[in-house]
Design a protein around this ligand. Structure first.
Ligand code: ACO
Length: 337
């Protein structure tokens, strides 16, 4: 019996479910590579659209291809009026990820290719949905706060459009840069929980929108994509850099809670995305004139990094930890994270 227990792996540990050229996640050394390009290089130099093109075609676009692709994404990012009408009917207190899950499901009904599973049709649907999700997120931020949603502009890229549709004003360079980097860092991560979920649905022969709806459901969980909102809630609860030590003792050392945004299923070294977001969060915080939230996050991170419990378990900040500070500094409502 004990021998059997020893060979049973945890979750999908050491279980090969697919091979991929799209990305390499090296959790041991803390490296992430998209189709041959280091995440650090892409975060510093690439537009989100370039990265999407790279992931879909396994090569970067040339200048003309990028212009056409950026324009195509923007022009297909419009939501059908029926979907906006549905969104207006939803309770304003609805959870933003639950709204997104419903919206993507609805979009399937209005997509002419919804039941066509050919590669060409899936590419058309992917192009539409990538932009439509951006529009839907901004639209929900406005509808839930009693404002009218805005349509995307064809002359803006997705990061610019997101800031514009969220705020109703021209986007500032620092905001666009931060959202662009955030989307670049989150675009791909191998066989993570939400990707795995979508692939299970796809493998049954079900339609594209069903696979994305299922993936959103998995991503919503606090152990996965929901962790950045939870991380921000914990920084808000700490409220002041001077409270970090006491909070750490009372909540973490007592074993009552986990630090949200720390630890990762694959990375047993620093998540390379966390380092990039930490630098981004610090710069944005300084620029905004309010470094309090960054200081709380950094102090808690430093405490964990100096603590034997976290050291011995290889627990480092993950992508969600400092992204909470980035998104909060950009004034995105926490439940939209
Ligand atoms: N704070 C305190 N202790 C932790 C934390 C944490 N954030 N994360 C893991 N641990 C401890 C566990 O209690 C466990 O201790 P034990 O060996 O004494 O039992 C050990 O570290 C291993 O934890 P597991 O949950 O078994 O590790 P796993 O790799 O399965 O979990 C996970 C990874 C779910 C991300 C976990 O680290 C966690 O809950 N983190 C907080 C939530 C979070 O930030 N999620 C976002 C992940 S990134 C993403 O999905 C986009």
């Amino acid at each position: 019996m004990s021998a059997t227990v020893e060979v049973v792996s945890k979750g999908l540990d050491n279980v090969v479910v697919a091979e991929s050229k799209t990305s390499l996640v090296n959790g041991h050394d803390g490296k992430l590579i998209y189709s041959g390009y280091k995440i650090e290089d892409l975060a510093a130099n690439a537009l989100f659209e370039e990265v999407v093109y790279l992931l879909w075609n396994n090569r970067l676009p040339n200048k003309a291809e990028l212009e056409t692709f950026t324009q195509d994404l923007a022009t297909h990012a419009v939501l059908p009026i029926e979907v906006i009408q549905h969104m207006r009917q939803l309770p304003r207190t609805a959870n933003a990820m639950a709204v997104l899950r419903s919206v993507v499901s609805l979009l399937g009904h209005y997509d002419a290719d919804s039941e066509d599973m050919s590669v060409e049709a899936v590419r058309r649907k992917s192009l539409r949905l990538t932009g439509q999700i951006t529009t839907a997120c901004a639209a929900w931020a406005r509808i839930s706060s009693g404002n009218d949603p805005l349509a995307p502009r064809a002359d803006y890229n997705l990061a610019e459009n997101f800031v514009y549709m969220l705020t109703g004003r021209d986007p500032e360079e620092a905001e666009v840069d931060a959202f662009n980097v955030y989307m670049v860092l989150l675009a791909e991560h191998g066989m993570n929980a939400s990707t795995f979920t979508s692939r299970v649905v796809t493998a049954t022969g079900a339609d594209y929108h069903s696979a994305i709806v299922a993936a959103i459901g998995a991503l919503k969980g606090p152990s996965h994509g929901g962790a950045n909102a939870e991380a921000m809630m914990q920084f808000l609860e700490i409220a002041d850099p001077h409270n970090v030590d006491k909070w750490f003792q009372e909540n973490i050392k007592s074993g009552k809670r986990r630090i949200m945004g720390i630890g990762h299923r694959i990375y047993k070294a620093l998540d390379p995305r966390a380092q990039i977001l930490k630098e981004k969060a610090e710069a944005l915080a300084k620029n905004s004139g309010n470094s309090k939230w960054f200081e709380i996050a950094k102090r808690l991170d430093d405490m964990a990094r100096a603590d034997d419990y976290f050291i011995s378990r290889n627990l480092y900040a993950n992508v969600d930890y400092y992204s909470a500070i980035v998104l909060y500094t950009l004034r995105l409502p926490v439940d939209m994270f």
